[in-house]
Design a binder for this molecule. Structure first.
Ligand code: UDX
Length: 453
């Protein structure tokens, strides 16, 4: 099928590239010329393992192209995905200005029988709003033109760092629409994913076997939009829950890793997203949980659980600062090494990263902060300039009075801790993600402080 994807951020780019890989003709649109030029050269502007190969392969197959020209893309496509950002406004509300702008542009060029798909995470009820904006734009630009089109909600569940796999091997596909034609077209588009019939590189393991089918939930627009918000909010709730349990474990002397293991064996709970640590960050959980609380408040509700989930998370990252003060008393003038800047491993994204909040807070207390991340080489704008970005882990820990593990990059677990001990000024480690082998570090003479253990 002929598809255009408007907005080549994480979601849009991965969606467009993967749809071209399964045989569709895809045009990816973005207003940022530099980004389009990088993509036209077959390069990838985001850190997403394996995506670049798929970009290059599908450009050479002639199935994937990139443009700044939205009119060309809309006119040539049967299905038009809106995948532009919906960042949070200061009051937690989702900023829909980019979606509105794109919907107005689509209205200028759309023809009969096309399908517009909301891939962006948009507030509940926005599907109808997008339909209204497109219709108004049609009337303003082509008053005599009668255009029948459908709007579909098709939320994504991509995790940064595994977005390609999450696209090819989704746990479910959600289609929100009241139009049979639109639903049929979306089922046709996603058929290779639903049936798992696409070819996958032999040297890569398939998380879902070819015989397994992907479940499809077909529902109304609003319910589809709610599935996205409720899913992300539940995952954030699960993490804030285990972090609260971790905090109680510290008081009673329990080990939260053992507790999480015991809990997770219950199929109703499950083992995933029960890793206690310094809390959740990224571009989705903070935005989506805030947006859902805002939507509730618009209807005069107080979402007590969601507010608690947000508050526990805010406090969790700052518990590290308290632990530092408990350990070294006077922070001013001390050297603190922080391993990891990205909000989680296997991504270069530092949005709402707990590591950034922690380094900014300790820097305000007068500490000298040194940090390192395997992928994040440039200082994020959100990180104070006082922090020194080091060239490797050992340069980071040199002369440090305390070492904080903020992001659980696998390579940090492989450190030569005998060498770390020789380099550090004193031997205190705060393991913000419970990554390290506590007994091994203690046997080397480190004072080990974990989260909930
Ligand atoms: C999330 C959802 O998983 C995904 O389905 C949705 O489409 C987008 O938002 P992402 O934000 O990329 O994906 O990261 P995810 O892997 O979910 O982690 C989110 C945050 O939770 C990270 O800061 C991570 O460090 C934290 N986390 C995750 C924990 O603290 N403990 C856990 O057990 C799991």
């Amino acid at each position: 099928m002929k598809v255009s994807v408007i907005g080549t951020g994480y979601v849009g780019l991965v969606t467009g590239v993967c749809l071209s890989e399964i045989g569709n003709e895809v045009i990816c649109v973005d207003k940022v010329k530099e980004k389009i030029n990088i993509l036209k050269d077959g390069n990838c502007p985001i850190y997403e393992p394996s995506l670049e190969n798929f970009i290059k392969n599908n450009i050479s197959r002639g199935r994937l192209s990139f443009t700044n020209n939205i009119s060309e893309a809309v006119k040539k496509s049967d299905i038009i995905f809106i995948s532009v950002g919906t960042p949070s406004l200061p009051n937690g509300q989702a900023d829909l200005s980019f979606v509105e702008q794109v919907a107005m542009e689509i209205g200028k060029f759309i023809d009969d029988g096309k399908i517009v798909v909301n891939k962006s995470t948009v507030p509940i009820g926005s599907g109808d709003w997008v339909s209204m904006i497109i219709s108004e734009s049609i009337d303003n630009n082509n008053p005599k033109k009668k255009v029948n089109f459908d709007v579909v909600s098709n939320p994504e569940f991509l995790r940064e760092g595994s977005a390609v796999e999450d696209t090819f091997f989704p746990e479910r596909i959600i289609i929100g629409s009241s139009s049979k034609n639109a639903i049929d077209k979306m089922l046709e588009l996603y058929k290779p994913l639903i049936e798992q019939s696409f070819n996958w590189p032999d040297d890569k393991a398939r998380p879902i076997s070819k015989s397994q089918k992907v479940p499809v939930v077909i529902t109304d627009l609003t319910s589809a939009e709610m599935i996205k918000y409720a899913s992300n909010s539940f995952l954030a709730t699960k993490i804030s829950f285990i972090n609260e349990i971790a905090n109680i474990c510290e008081k009673v002397g329990a080990d939260v890793k053992a507790v999480a293991k015991g809990m997770g064996l219950d199929k109703r709970i499950g083992p995933l997203f029960l890793n206690a640590g310094i809390g959740w960050g990224g571009s989705c959980f903070p935005k989506d949980v805030s947006a859902l609380t805002y939507i509730a408040s618009e209807y005069g509700m107080t979402p007590q659980i969601l507010n608690a989930v947000i508050n526990v998370n805010k406090e969790q990252r700052l518990k590290i600062v308290k632990k530092v003060q408990d350990e070294i008393k006077i922070v001013k003038g001390k050297t603190i090494a922080v391993l990891g800047i990205s909000f989680k491993p296997n991504t270069d994204d530092t949005r709402e990263a707990p590591s950034v909040s922690i380094m900014n807070s300790l820097s305000k207390l007068g500490a000298k902060i040194k940090t390192y991340d395997p992928i994040v080489k440039e200082r994020p704008d959100s990180l104070t300039e006082k922090v020194k970005i080091c060239r490797d882990e050992y340069d980071t820990v040199k002369d440090a009075d305390i070492l904080i593990l903020a992001t659980e990059w696998g390579k940090f677990a492989e450190l030569d801790f005998n060498r770390v001990k020789q380099l550090m000024n004193s031997h205190i480690i705060i393991d913000g993600r419970n990554l390290f082998d506590r007994d091994h570090l203690k046997s080397l003479g480190f004072r080990y402080i974990g989260i909930g253990r």
